[in-house]
Design a binder for this molecule. Sequence first.
Ligand code: PEP
Ligand code: MN
Length: 368
Amino acid sequence: PGRPGISRGARDPGGFLTEGSNVIIVLKPECTDEQIDHIQEQIVSLGLKPELSRGVKRTLIGVIGEEDLLRSAPLEAFPGVETVMPILKPYKRASREFQAEDSVFDLGHGVRIGGGALGMVAGPCAIEGHAVLLEIGTAVKAAGANILRGGAFKPRTSPYSFQGMGEEGLEILRNVGDELQMPVITEVMDPRQVELVDRYTDVFQVGARNMQNFNLLSEVGKTSKPVMLKRGMSATISDLLMSAEYILASGNKEVILCERGIRSFDNSTRNLLDLAMVPNIQQTCHLPIIVDPSHATGRPELIPAMARAAVASGADGVHIEVHSCPEKAMSDGSQALLPDQYAGVMEELKQLAALFDKVIPVPQEQGE
Ligand code: PEP
Ligand code: MN
């Protein structure tokens, strides 16, 4: 019987795996004694401690040491090494070992997310003008949304599609947020835009297509505003958490994860909503998680059921695109809910929230 984290990949023929082992090096069957000595000497010279275990079929070396040293040691590069298996989680600040209790962030206007408070993000895919955003914002706020969304920089699959209103759109979003007294969120696509977007938004959104734009992650990591990080369409859970780690490692503690569906072989929905990731991530990570059934399904008629399932799964919020006239929307109109439909969903989500002992904070008026 080995330790739980090890049983998946390797057996433990020598039974040497002490509590302190952080990484296991599996040696090639043909690895020579000279190579083994060389590897062990190098491990020692890196400030780490090797533990050799000669099994019947395989020889392993457990490596014990300080996390950061281990992470940067080029263990795969030594002759005779077949694979290197980390025992410790590659993400640190995002893990519950680093912080046991749920993270709770204040997004402005008294709206909290995490630790039992739900962030209800709603609004159009793109900002299209003041009047239409105010109309949509007024409706979603009345329905119980507590964060207004709208994209000013749109990551479109085609370079010929509407790319967003840019700074003019940011200005509209800020003004409508102030008029409605609710926090706003908008996407930032490029490290060079961070300063500009920071002047207008309360929460940054990093979109699925930029989840591994590491320069962007580091840049928003230097700001003091919360960042909602959307899962890339082909990103594993570990990829997502490592991207969150980039933001955290740059000094920003306020990262909100967002599940928005992943690519699958089925094409009857836009993406495949991975709801199991919510309780899965919550086991090992303290950051809040929002679910976006709009981009996950791409189909308005499926959004209410998936929104209910999101709250039931333990998500810390739901992100839904709403438009007052979807047929005129300049982006993602076909997946938008009408304001009335959104209000219907929110009635159900409020009941579910109460059932699960969650609160949906109502934005408070904020003076200067
Ligand atoms: C969006 O929120 O409008 C968006 C582009 O989402 P995603 O990055 O998840 O595709
Ligand atoms: Mn969209």
